[in-house]
Design a protein around this ligand. Structure first.
Ligand SMILES: [Zn+2]
Length: 243
């Protein structure tokens, strides 16, 4: 058998769910099973890059707050993958590439509707660099995406044309990883598209909400959660992970 199974849970409950109160009654608040990611799970840290942090050209509100949360969480994962938005200058997702358009306008491209952004994460620039405070030395792979000049890529698995693959699903499958936990920026774009594609590729996918921050343009954050939940993405908090 090859490939992950949709219901094959690699994240097993930790064995700490049986504590009792001093009165001897079950302590129901602590009965919620914690997830303990093992060898068949990976953490995907999405686009924690300077362009998306306060002071960056496409700053996500409070985006810097995810950094310490991710650093703490990543220490509990054997497998960590980072992604970097990685555009050539003049990329098709930049408003500056479309005369008369401005950031956050939406245009129709060959592959569908595209939100136009300020120039961001240009290859080799400081904006494209990972956040200085990100401390995940054991990360095993950095997936760079959005490097095709004419196609955007929010998802770590599949570019915005919905056809061009990044290779990440095959990498996970070859390594026996069937469950992914996703954190980073921004919840309603690169995190959401990554999570949805993970589910569609057959992985069990958790989005760790408090380790993400959203952009929320025209209700995009609520829409993204509805879509994620609709395809089977599981919404959790860092507190749902075993310490
Ligand atoms: Zn981008």
């Amino acid at each position: 058998m090859a490939g992950p199974q949709r219901h094959n849970h690699a994240a097993v409950p930790a064995a700490a769910a049986s504590s009792q109160t001093s009165a001897g009654r079950p302590e129901t608040a602590r009965h919620r099973q914690k997830l303990a990611p093992g060898a068949s799970s990976a953490l995907i840290v999405v686009d924690v890059q300077n362009s998306f942090l306060p002071g960056g050209s496409l700053a996500v509100k409070d985006g810097d707050e995810v950094v310490p949360v991710i650093n703490r969480m990543a220490a509990h994962f054997e497998n960590v993958v980072l992604t970097q938005d990685w555009h050539p200058a003049g990329h098709i997702s930049f408003a500056s590439s479309h005369p008369g358009k401005k950031p956050f306008d939406v245009v129709q491209l060959d592959y569908g509707m595209q939100v136009l952004w300020p120039d961001h994460c240009v290859q080799g620039t400081s904006g494209a660099a990972l956040a200085e405070g990100l401390d995940v030395p054991h990360a095993q792979l950095v997936i760079r995406k959005g490097f095709h000049a004419r196609i955007d890529s929010y998802s770590a698995f599949r570019e915005a044309d919905k056809k061009t693959r990044t290779g990440l699903a095959s990498y996970f499958k070859e390594r026996g990883i069937d469950t992914v936990f996703i954190a980073g920026l921004a919840t309603d774009f690169c995190v959401a598209w990554t999570a949805i594609d993970a589910c569609e590729a057959g992985f069990t996918a958790y989005v760790v909400e408090d380790a993400c921050r959203g952009i929320d343009v025209d209700g995009s954050l609520g829409k993204a959660w509805t879509e994620m939940i609709g395809v089977g993405v599981r919404r959790i908090q860092t507190d749902d992970l075993a310490p």
